[in-house]
Ligand binder design. Structure first.
Ligand code: FE2
Length: 582
C-alpha cells in the first residue's frame, strides 16, 4: 500500500530522460517499457530567473479520452514558449493567467491540448519552457489513453482532498497519502469530487493553497487524468461571477457547449460508461461558499481595486445557471440512454442527495427536487459525491416516499422527497437498472472528519438531516459576528445501506467489466478501502489518530445491469416510461 512522506513533492521520476527520448518519434511507449508507478519529478529549487519552471503538472481528459488529453501546469512567473513534447511533436501551450481577487497575486497557468493519440496506448511526455530552470532535464511522466469501445478499465474516486500543508485551514497530512493511494491502484483516471483544497477558507493566501494542492496532486495527476467537479469551497470572493476563477483557470475540461458556463459541468465517454460531472452549487439550498463571519471585514489588497467584504456577506450562487445546467443534464442523459454503445451512466457531483452524517452537512432537498427525477428517468447507475468527510452507501433508489420528513422542533410533517429504496436487502449485488446507488466519498484528506451518523430514527433506524431551505447569514449575539444557522428537517434514512464509522478517510476503486456478449450482463465491482486510524479524533470512539499510508478493504460490492446492445428497450420502474434506444 502507499508509503510516502508528507512532503508536497514526489521522488524523482522512475522514467529516465533517456527512456523518454528512446521512445522515438511518436512518444508511444511499449507496454514493457512503461513504469507502473508514478513518474513525476522533484525539480531543483526555483531560481528567480526560472520563472517558467513547470510545477503543479496535471492531466485531464480531452473531449475524447481515447485520443486526447490536456496537460496543464503552473509556474512561478510567466513562461517563455511553454510547451509539451511527445516524441518529436512539440505542442505549444496556451498561457492562461489570472489575478487573485483578494491577494492581488497573479498566477500563471498553461494548457496544452494533445490530440491525435491512439486508444489504449501509453505515452511519455515532457513539460518545459525556454526559461525552465530544469530545461536540461525537464519534467517528464507517462499516461495512458482510454480504450475505445467496450473494454475493461478501472477508475477511482474521492472528494474533499485539501493539501498536506497544515498551515492551511482544513489541510492535513492524509491528503499526501490519499494521492499515493490513487497511484497504488493504478486507475486509468481518478474522479475528484469537489472541495479540492479549501482555498476559500484561507482567503488571504488562496494562490498558495492552490499551489500546495497542485504540487501534492502532481504525484498522481501527472500520470493519469484527475477529473474534478466544483464544490462549495471552490466559490471564492473576488474571483469571477461564481467565484470559480481559480478552478477554471487551472483546469481545462471537456466542452459542455453551453455559452457562458464552460468548465462548470461536462460529460465524457470512457469505454461503455458515460461520466456526467455536475456542479451542485447550482441547485443546493445550502449556503456554504465563501463567507465573512466578522467582526473584521475581508479587505482585498489595494492593487485589486476590490472593495472590502463586510461581515455577514456570503457568496451564494444557487440558481446561477438559470436552469441551463439541468436542461443540459436532461439532454445528456437522454442521449446517453438512447445510445446502444452506452451501458453505464455515472454522475459525479460534490453535495449529497443522501447523506446521514450527523455533524456534517447531510442531504440537500435541492438535488432531490431538480436532479433525482432525471436520474430515475434515465436510469443513472451510480452517483459519486463528497462534501461529508466519510463513506456512506445507499441501496438502489428509485422514486420517493412522500411526507417522510418532519421538523425536529415542531414535529410538523415536511416532504423531504425521501428517496425510495427498491430493496433493503444488502445482498452485495445490485441491479442498477432498477435503482441508482449513491456513494458519499468525502474521504480524501481534509482534517475535519465527519464520520459520525444520525441515529434516533423510528425502530432504531438511521436518521438523516435534510436541508430544505437556504441557511443565509444571520446576526449572532456577538456584535458584528454572523453565522449561517442550518435549518434541517429529519427523516428516517431507510435508503442508507452502509456507513463507515471507523474512519473518515478512504478511496473507492471501480472495475468495469463490459461483459462478453451483446445483450448480456455488464458489471462494475466497487471496493472501498479505508485508512483506519487516520481520524484526528474518531467521533464514535474518541480514539486519537493521525495520517497513515495504510488503506485496507472495508467492503466490496457489485453493480450489474443488462448491456444496451441487446434488447432495444428498457423500462423505468419509477416512471413506467419506455425508453426507446436509437
Ligand atoms: Fe463541501
Amino acid at each position: 500500500m502507499p508509503a510516502t512522506s508528507g512532503s508536497s513533492r514526489s521522488p524523482r521520476s522512475s522514467l529516465s530522460r533517456r527512456q523518454v527520448l528512446a521512445a522515438g518519434g511518436t512518444g508511444l511507449l511499449a507496454a514493457t517499457a512503461s513504469p507502473a508507478k508514478a513518474a513525476t519529478a522533484r525539480r531543483g529549487a526555483r531560481t528567480a530567473a526560472g520563472g517558467g519552471t513547470p510545477e503543479q503538472v496535471h492531466l485531464t481528459w480531452g473531449d475524447d479520452p481515447a485520443t486526447s488529453v490536456v496537460v496543464s501546469w503552473a509556474s512561478p512567473g510567466p513562461a517563455a514558449r511553454p510547451q509539451v513534447r511527445i516524441g518529436q511533436r512539440v505542442i505549444a501551450a496556451e498561457t492562461r493567467p489570472y489575478t487573485d481577487g483578494i491577494s492581488g497575486e497573479t498566477v500563471w497557468t498553461y494548457h496544452a491540448r494533445v490530440g491525435g493519440l491512439r486508444p489504449g496506448a501509453r505515452y511519455a511526455y515532457v513539460v518545459t519552457a525556454d526559461n525552465d530552470d530544469d530545461a536540461a532535464d525537464p519534467f517528464s511522466a507517462t499516461f495512458r489513453t482510454a480504450p475505445r469501445g467496450r473494454a475493461p478499465f478501472r477508475f477511482t474516486s474521492f472528494g474533499d482532498l485539501g493539501t498536506p500543508n497544515t498551515d492551511w485551514v482544513l489541510s492535513y497530512g492524509q491528503s499526501a497519502y490519499a494521492v499515493e493511494a490513487v497511484e497504488s491502484f493504478e486507475p486509468l483516471f481518478h474522479l475528484l469530487n469537489g472541495d479540492l483544497c479549501y482555498a476559500n477558507l484561507n482567503p488571504a493566501v488562496q494562490p498558495q493553497v492552490w499551489q500546495d494542492f497542485g504540487d501534492n496532486n502532481e504525484v498522481s495527476a501527472a500520470n493519469r487524468p484527475w477529473m474534478p467537479c466544483l464544490g462549495n469551497h471552490e466559490v471564492e470572493f473576488g474571483n469571477g461571477p461564481q467565484g470559480f476563477a481559480s478552478y477554471l483557470t487551472r483546469y481545462t475540461l471537456p466542452d459542455n457547449a453551453v455559452p457562458g458556463f464552460g468548465g462548470r459541468w461536462y460529460a465524457l465517454r470512457v469505454g461503455s460508461v458515460l461520466f456526467v460531472s455536475l456542479d451542485a452549487d447550482d441547485v443546493v439550498y445550502q449556503d456554504a461558499g465563501a463567507f465573512v463571519a466578522g467582526p473584521a471585514a475581508l479587505v482585498p489588497a489595494a492593487s485589486t481595486g476590490n472593495e472590502p467584504i463586510e461581515p455577514g456577506t456570503s457568496f451564494y450562487i444557487r440558481g446561477y445557471s438559470g436552469g441551463a445546467q439541468t436542461a443540459w443534464l436532461e439532454q445528456t442523459l437522454a442521449a446517453g440512454r438512447g445510445d446502444e454503445s452506452v451501458d453505464w451512466i455515472v454522475v459525479q457531483m460534490h453535495q449529497c442527495a443522501t447523506s446521514s452524517s450527523a455533524r456534517g452537512n447531510g442531504s440537500d432537498l435541492g438535488i432531490r427536487q431538480d436532479w433525482l427525477p432525471l436520474f430515475d428517468r434515465y436510469e443513472v447507475d451510480l452517483v459519486l459525491a463528497g462534501h461529508d468527510h466519510d463513506y456512506e452507501r445507499t441501496f438502489p433508489l428509485r422514486g420517493s416516499d412522500p411526507d417522510a420528513g418532519r421538523d425536529p422542533a415542531s414535529g410538523a410533517v415536511v416532504d423531504t422527497l425521501r428517496p425510495h429504496p427498491v430493496t433493503t436487502e444488502d445482498a452485495g449485488v445490485f441491479d442498477t437498472s432498477t435503482g441508482t446507488v449513491h456513494l458519499v466519498l468525502g474521504c480524501g484528506g481534509a482534517v475535519e472528519n465527519l464520520d459520525d451518523y444520525g441515529t434516533g430514527g423510528a425502530d432504531g433506524r438511521h436518521q438523516a438531516k435534510v436541508l430544505t431551505r437556504a441557511n443565509r447569514p444571520a446576526a449572532t449575539s456577538t456584535s458584528g459576528v454572523y453565522s449561517r444557522p442550518s435549518s434541517y428537517a429529519v427523516e428516517d434514512a431507510v435508503w442508507s445501506a452502509k456507513r463507515d464509522t471507523s474512519t473518515g478517510y478512504g478511496i473507492a476503486v471501480f472495475d468495469v467489466d463490459p461483459g462478453t456478449e451483446a445483450g448480456g450482463q455488464t458489471s462494475i465491482t466497487v471496493s472501498y478501502y479505508h485508512a483506519v486510524g487516520a481520524d484526528p479524533v474518531n467521533p464514535a470512539t474518541g480514539a486519537v489518530g493521525g495520517p497513515t499510508p495504510d488503506y485496507t478493504e472495508f467492503e466490496t460490492f457489485t453493480l450489474v445491469r443488462p448491456r444496451a446492445d441487446g434488447a432495444r428497450t428498457a423500462r423505468s420502474a419509477s416512471t413506467d416510461q419506455t425508453i426507446t434506444r436509437a
